[in-house]
Ligand binder design. Structure first.
Ligand SMILES: NC(=O)c1ccc[n+]([C@@H]2O[C@H](COP(=O)([O-])OP(=O)(O)OC[C@H]3O[C@@H](n4cnc5c(N)ncnc54)[C@H](O)[C@@H]3O)[C@@H](O)[C@H]2O)c1
Length: 256
């Protein structure tokens, strides 16, 4: 049985979608979870869900694009837990639709700041304490766009490839410290963001078919199916796993 009993975990972007599912899953597995998000109300809703199920959670308002805000989050967690943090999930991320010709420099900069630099700031701030305790798990949310090119996702593909690269570089540099660093590469996941795009589409049924079709399983993932992978990577069950880009994609990349 995989568990996270008494582990201290931070999940960014935990107010919605995959991050919320990870936070709830970790709390159910026994972790004390810091629900970090730039949307305070959404973060509080996740905390309420966890507490309703009998778990422990605290919300933390953070814009991970801000270096000082990332440092403050890690400082708070270490201060409240005797300098201990066991798991960091760098989940917060944003998408963008466009080719190189339709992606403005400001779009590229925004995705770079949130999808890559936020994870860099937080990992850099938490790593010394994990090295000192000789254990820890850092999990980045990449995407299948981190291991393959995706049409009209120019900025997103660049940043997610960088997340996979950061995972591998960190794993090589810190492989003997007891800290493991991995990333998850989901296919399409049924999150509020995807649901909203479906509703706005002029032909929702056709849009849904297009979203599902590239997966061998001909469906999107539910957020809990990504949370299960995060639970494995956070737990001691994955003690020999570091530097991996774990594809959880219903077979999306299998045929590429
Ligand atoms: N949904 C998918 O199909 C899919 C597929 C592959 C990878 N991913 C990745 O998984 C992660 C989560 O995706 P999701 O679909 O659950 O997203 P979502 O939009 O449902 O939730 C993202 C959360 O991150 C928060 N957030 C955004 N910017 C932030 C910032 N600067 N600081 C702090 N919090 C911030 C939002 O408030 C929101 O609560 C992202 O990194 C995304 O790229 C998603």
């Amino acid at each position: 049985m995989i568990h996270l009993t008494d582990k201290i975990a931070i999940v960014t972007g935990a107010g919605s979608g995959i991050g919320a599912a990870i936070a709830v899953c970790f709390a159910e597995a026994g972790a004390r979870v810091y629900v970090a998000d730039c949307n305070e109300i959404a973060a509080l809703e996740t905390v309420q869900t966890i507490e309703h199920k009998g778990g422990w959670a605290r919300s933390h308002l953070v814009d991970i694009a801000q270096h000082s805000a990332c440092d403050s989050l890690i400082q708070r967690v270490l201060l409240e837990n005797n300098q201990r943090c066991d798991v960091l999930v760098n989940n917060a991320g944003v998408g963008h639709v466009g080719t190189i010709l339709t992606t403005d420099p400001s779009d590229l900069e925004r995705l770079w700041q949130i999808n890559l630099r936020g994870a860099y700031f937080l990992s850099r701030a938490v790593l010394p304490s994990m090295i000192a305790q000789q254990s820890g798990s850092i999990i980045h949310l990449a995407s299948i766009a981190g291991v393959m090119g995706m049409e009209a996702r120019f900025a997103y593909t660049i940043t997610k490839h960088a997340v996979v690269g950061m995972t591998r570089a960190m794993a090589m540099d810190h492989g003997t410290t007891g800290v493991r660093i991995n990333c998850i590469c989901p296919g399409r996941v049924q999150t509020p963001f995807v649901a909203a795009r479906l509703r706005e589409s002029p032909d929702p049924a056709e849009y849904l078919r297009q979203m599902e079709a590239p997966h061998a399983m001909k469906r999107m993932a539910e957020p809990f199916e990504i949370a299960s992978a995060a639970l494995y990577l956070a737990s001691d069950a994955s003690s020999f796993v570091t530097g991996s880009a774990m594809v959880v994609d219903g077979g999306y990349t299998a045929g590429k």
